[in-house]
Design a protein around this ligand. Structure first.
Ligand code: PLP
Length: 442
């Protein structure tokens, strides 16, 4: 038996694996939020997953409200995705040549979204990094505008905090990013038109692009105000800058079309560039950026802007993504919406009954819960999100986990559902909520 998992320690526990992991990996994890630092405790090491359920190495089952941070729109180990991927693996896993599945997935994405052409990469970070390079190459300008609280992956120039004044350039958000990397980044408050106008008034002729999450999902869910995305599209066009919507999280997750800025279709604007990831990889490392044909044709080998990847458009990942998107029908989104409505309502009811002040916010099928006084109004930007009560969330999180519900281990993440969240999964969540609400109120 060559399976390194079945031949390993027959009864590892999450605690024992976490200790082993910490000896060989910083913090014991390969992406920081998995470590439970924000909520305390030991992350569960997952052995397997089916449908809406995760099973950890100790044999405990959890309803999964993380869904791999978005990708698992159809739930885990969907039989048709597994069958397609298994067949693809048997044909070989990577050739470093063009293949049919990547053409098919590109056609599917071009079909569903406003992009004319698309280029595949292996992570959302690569997608936004490449989109920015392309925007700079296309416009011949250097400055990038982003919003505080919008996350676009760990791209150096986007790991930036706002500078001291509204339209001043950013400072690095982490050690390891040189000041020179953020010196061309402007970080503005989300949903703040006046700040955007001021930045364009002062630096408009130097701005290559403005990048925004189509709906913010990385400071909790904070939807753009009515018309905000259209306003951004318009001001970019007026100043010759490209409007880049990051749909790594929202794409094919918040809506079927993959185009959360669906109001764009109504208001008559389209982004110049878009980035995708998560759902379109079906649980494999795949992401993409795409957009206007005249912009995309600036990419190598058609144009001068260099961009490449050994595993880009990998046949297994594109097969998984294509199969997932083809199964992502209207019924899937209707189901996820109605399950979300039930869970949002039950969460509000339980927290209200327990006396825990909170606000539930949604964008398409995505939603999250802020522990904050509803009298302060909705959370519209990062400053407001940062004022919410992380301690209450930690108590809430652990009470849910104890009762078999795996929420994101951070107050600033969306809760994700799938088409596999059925009555049994919903009931487990509903049964856990009153206990968790009391814990949050305590
Ligand atoms: N953009 C957005 C909106 C995201 O939510 C994320 C990841 O959560 C990324 C980009 C980065 O994607 P990845 O983690 O695949 O690099």
């Amino acid at each position: 038996d060559n399976d390194p998992v079945t031949t390993a320690d027959p009864a590892p526990t999450s605690g024992a694996l976490f200790a082993r992991a910490k000896a060989v990996t910083p913090g014991g994890v390969n992406s920081p939020v998995r470590a439970f630092d924000a909520v305390g405790g030991t992350p569960r090491f997952i052995r397997s997953a089916t449908g809406a359920w995760l099973t950890d190495v100790d044999g405990v089952d959890y309803v999964d409200l993380i869904c791999s941070w978005g990708p698992m729109l159809l739930g885990h180990a969907h039989p048709e995705v597994v069958a397609a991927v298994t067949a693809a693996v048997a044909r070989g896993t990577s050739y470093g040549t063009p293949t049919e599945p990547e053409v098919m997935l590109a056609e599917e994405i071009v079909d569903r979204t406003p992009v004319d052409k698309v280029r595949f990469v292996s992570s959302g970070t690569e997608a936004t990094m490449s989109a920015i390079r392309l925007a700079r190459g296309f416009t011949g300008r250097d400055v990038v505008v982003k919003f505080a609280g919008c996350y676009h992956g760990h791209v150096d120039s986007l790991l930036a905090s706002a500078g001291s004044g509204l339209a001043t350039f950013a400072v690095p958000g982490t050690p390891g990013v040189p000041e020179s990397s953020t010196a061309l980044t402007l970080v503005l408050p989300y949903n703040d038109r006046a700040a955007v106008e001021a930045a364009f008034a002062e630096h408009g002729d130097r701005i290559a692009c403005l990048i925004t999450e189509a709906a913010a999902g990385n400071m909790g869910v904070v939807p753009p105000g009515p018309g905000f995305n259209g306003f951004l599209a318009d001001i970019c066009t007026r100043h010759g800058a490209l409007f880049v919507t990051d749909e790594v999280m929202t794409g094919f997750r918040a809506s079927r079309t993959g185009y959360w800025g669906i109001d764009g279709a109504v208001e008559g604007w389209t982004p110049d560039l878009m980035t995708f990831g998560k759902v379109m990889g079906g649980g494999f490392p795949a992401a993409a950026f795409g957009g206007r044909a005249d912009v995309m044709s600036h990419l190598a080998p058609e144009g001068p802007v260099y961009q490449a990847g050994t595993l880009s458009g990998n046949p297994i990942a594109t097969t998984a993504g294509l199969t997932t998107l083809r199964l992502a029908t209207d019924e899937v989104y209707t189901h996820i919406t109605s399950v979300g409505d039930v869970i949002k309502q039950a969460t509000t009811d339980a927290l209200t009954a327990a006396g825990a002040p909170h606000v539930v916010q949604s964008a398409g099928t995505m939603f999250s819960v802020f522990f904050t006084d509803p009298a302060d109004g909705p959370v519209r930007d990062f400053a407001a999100a940062s004022r919410t009560d992380g301690v209450a969330y930690a108590a809430f999180f652990h009470a849910m986990l104890e009762r078999g519900v795996y929420l994101p281990p951070s107050a600033y993440e969306a809760w994700f559902l799938s088409s596999a969240h059925d009555d049994r999964a919903i009931q487990t969540v509903l049964d856990a909520l009153p206990h968790a609400a009391s814990a949050a109120a305590a």
